[in-house]
Design a protein around this ligand. Structure first.
Ligand SMILES: CC(C)(CNC(=O)c1ccc(Oc2ccccc2)cc1)c1ccc2c(N)nc(N)nc2n1
Length: 327
C-alpha cells in the first residue's frame, strides 16, 4: 500500500474511532461493541506504526502517549479560576436571590447545575485542537497535567468546530471505578482511597500517564473562560455551545425562573443524589444572563452572580445516626 492509500485509510479510521469514542464516552450511547472498537484501534495503530508521518495529534492512538514526567510544570491561567460562595440552607439561598434582584432587578433566570465532587480543571483549545490542560492550583497558577487529561476519553482531542476556546470543568472518578480501584488496593494490602474525590486527585497527580489512564476518570465541563471571544448572551447558551463542540456537560442542569423553582430543584436532588453514578457535594446556581453577570461583577475570589448550595456532609449524618442509635 502506498502512502496515499494509507493516508486515506488512516483518516477514515481516525474519524470513525473518534465518532465511536464520542458516542460511548460523551453521549453514553455506543453504536458499536467494545470488540469492534478495539479491532479498529489495533488496525489504526498498525497503519500509524508503518506510516508514522501520518500520525495526527487528535488520533485516538495519542491518548496514552506521554512519557513519564519528572514533575508537573506550573502554568498561569489566562483568567482566574474563581471559587464559589457557599449557601447552607434555604435562607442563604433567599438572601442570595434578594441581593441579585436588588442589583439587577426582578427579571431573572437562574441555571442550576449539579456540583460534582471532583477536581476543577481547565482545558485550552487552539483552532479546535486540545493544547493544554491544567489543575486549578491556587486559582491563578495551576499544574500542567495535559498528558494525564488526554487519557480521559470524554475529553475531545479535536472539537467539532475549529474554536479557540478555554473551558472549565470538574474531573472526577465515577463511583463504580472508585469501588473497583479500592477493591484492587485492598487485595494488594494498599491503603484504599477515602472517597472518589481523593482517588481522582491521586490519579491526576500520577507522573506516568499510563497509570492515570487505568483510573477511568471522567469529566463534566461547566464554563467558558474566554466568553468575551465567544458570542453568546447567556450561560445556558454557552453550555449548549459546549455540547455542540463535542464536550461532555452535565445534562441534569435546569433553567429556573425564580428562587422557588431553584429551591424545588435543590430539594429534588437530596433524594436523587444516591442514585447518581458519581458523587456530588451540592448544587451550583448561576444567573443566566451574561449582561446581568457583568452588572453583578465579582470579588477577588468569586463571582457575585453564582453561589453553591452545599449538602450537609454525609459523614455528619452517619455520626449523628450512630450517636442516636447508641443512646
Ligand atoms: C462560576 C465558576 C466560578 C466558573 N467560572 C469561572 O471560573 C470564571 C472565571 C473568570 C471569569 O471572568 C473573568 C475573566 C477575566 C478576568 C477575571 C474574571 C468568570 C468566571 C464555577 C466554579 C465552580 C463550579 C463547579 N464546581 N460546578 C459547577 N457546575 N459550576 C462551577 N462554576
Amino acid at each position: 500500500m502506498d502512502v496515499q492509500q494509507a493516508a486515506g485509510k488512516i483518516t477514515e479510521l481516525q474519524t470513525l474511532l473518534n465518532q465511536y469514542g464520542y458516542e460511548y464516552y460523551v453521549l453514553d450511547q455506543p453504536s458499536v461493541s467494545d470488540a469492534e472498537y478495539d479491532q479498529l484501534l489495533r488496525e489504526l495503530i498498525e497503519y500509524e506504526d508503518q506510516f508514522p508521518e501520518l500520525r495526527t495529534p487528535d488520533s485516538p492512538t495519542q491518548r496514552v502517549g506521554g512519557a513519564v514526567l519528572e514533575m508537573f510544570e506550573k502554568v498561569e491561567h489566562t483568567s482566574p479560576m474563581l471559587s464559589l460562595g457557599n449557601a447552607f440552607n434555604e435562607q442563604d439561598l433567599r438572601d442570595f436571590d434578594r441581593r441579585v434582584r436588588q442589583a439587577v432587578g426582578d427579571s431573572i433566570s437562574y441555571v442550576c447545575e449539579l456540583k460534582i465532587d471532583g477536581l476543577a480543571i481547565t482545558l485550552q483549545y487552539e483552532n479546535g485542537y486540545f493544547k493544554l490542560g491544567a489543575t486549578r492550583g491556587d486559582g491563578t497558577i495551576g499544574e500542567d497535567i495535559t498528558e494525564n487529561l488526554k487519557t480521559i476519553k470524554s475529553i475531545p482531542l479535536k472539537l467539532k468546530e475549529p474554536y479557540t476556546i478555554e473551558v472549565r470543568g470538574e474531573a472526577f472518578m465515577p463511583k463504580k471505578s472508585f469501588e473497583a480501584l479500592n477493591k484492587v488496593k485492598e487485595e494488594q494490602n494498599e491503603e484504599p482511597f477515602a472517597n472518589p474525590r481523593n482517588a481522582a486527585a491521586g490519579s491526576l497527580r500520577q507522573l506516568d500517564p499510563k497509570l492515570a489512564a487505568k483510573r477511568k476518570l471522567d469529566i463534566f465541563l461547566y464554563a467558558i473562560a474566554n466568553l468575551e471571544d465567544i458570542g453568546v448572551e447567556s450561560h445556558s447558551e454557552g453550555l449548549d455551545l459546549l455540547d455542540r463542540l463535542g464536550f461532555k456537560t452535565n445534562q441534569e442542569r435546569k433553567t429556573c425562573a425564580s428562587i422557588e423553582e431553584v429551591l424545588e430543584y435543590v430539594e429534588s436532588w437530596v433524594e436523587r443524589r444516591p442514585n447518581l453514578a458519581y458523587d456530588i457535594d451540592g448544587i451550583v446556581i448561576k444567573v443566566n444572563s451574561l449582561q446581568q453577570q457583568e452588572e453583578l461583577g465579582r470579588t477577588a475570589k468569586s463571582p457575585r452572580w453564582s453561589i453553591a448550595y452545599k449538602f450537609p456532609a454525609e459523614e455528619v449524618i452517619t455520626t449523628l445516626l450512630n450517636i442516636e442509635l447508641s443512646v
